[in-house]
Write a protein that binds this ligand. Structure first.
Ligand code: SF4
Ligand code: SF4
Length: 176
């Protein structure tokens, strides 16, 4: 039983790493599809907001970086000017739109959250180096330092999940 659980955890970690590595492709597919579906069927923006909020309840602020057409455009623009990209990313996910406001607030309460296993964490700091929220406010946020706030719970976390896949010990998990 223990072996199956370890195997499942390993497969999930590997799958998550592939998804995070290919996130821009996933965002491109979902972003363009969302735009085409909404414009073709003339779907009210309220339904899109509702969809983003329901996703927020389950996964936190995932809409912006994984599905949103506007998120795709913004990310492409930010990639054109690599200077200050961390700051731009931080500001973009801070301002956002109605979906970002609500789902960002839901980061604190969503069903899936970024959780730290303090037993296995080696305090190597690799996760913090991946996070633009920590980069912008290192005295306030850390994924592992106990006396600081968790960036994954903050309004600005857009669930890029780079921190989770970067941890060499599997001490960070995105789970219920
Ligand atoms: S990368 Fe993993 S082991 Fe290193 S500090 Fe972060 S949570 Fe701890
Ligand atoms: S998912 Fe992790 S690395 Fe990405 S913004 Fe949130 S806390 Fe930072």
């Amino acid at each position: 039983m223990l072996l199956i659980s370890i195997l499942l955890q390993y497969i999930m970690q590997k799958t998550l790493k592939v998804l995070v590595d290919k996130r821009i492709i996933i965002l491109s597919i979902f972003g363009v599809s969302t735009y085409l579906i909404v414009s073709h069927f003339n779907i009210s923006l309220w339904y899109v907001i509702l969809f983003g909020v329901v996703l927020g309840v389950v996964f936190g602020k995932v809409f912006c970086r994984w599905i949103c057409p506007m998120g795709l455009v913004m990310e492409m623009l930010m990639n054109l000017s690599p200077d200050g990209k961390v700051k731009q990313m931080y500001q973009y996910h801070k301002m956002g739109c109605p979906i970002a406001w609500v789902s960002g607030w839901l980061n604190k309460f969503s069903i899936f959250r970024i959780k730290l296993n303090t037993e296995t964490c080696k305090s190597c700091n690799i996760c913090d180096k991946q996070c633009y929220i920590v980069a912008m406010e290192p005295v306030k946020y850390s994924l592992y330092k106990p006396n600081l706030e968790k960036p994954g719970d903050s309004y600005t976390c857009s669930k890029c999940l780079k921190c989770v896949v970067a941890c060499p010990n599997g001490s960070l998990e995105y789970k219920v």
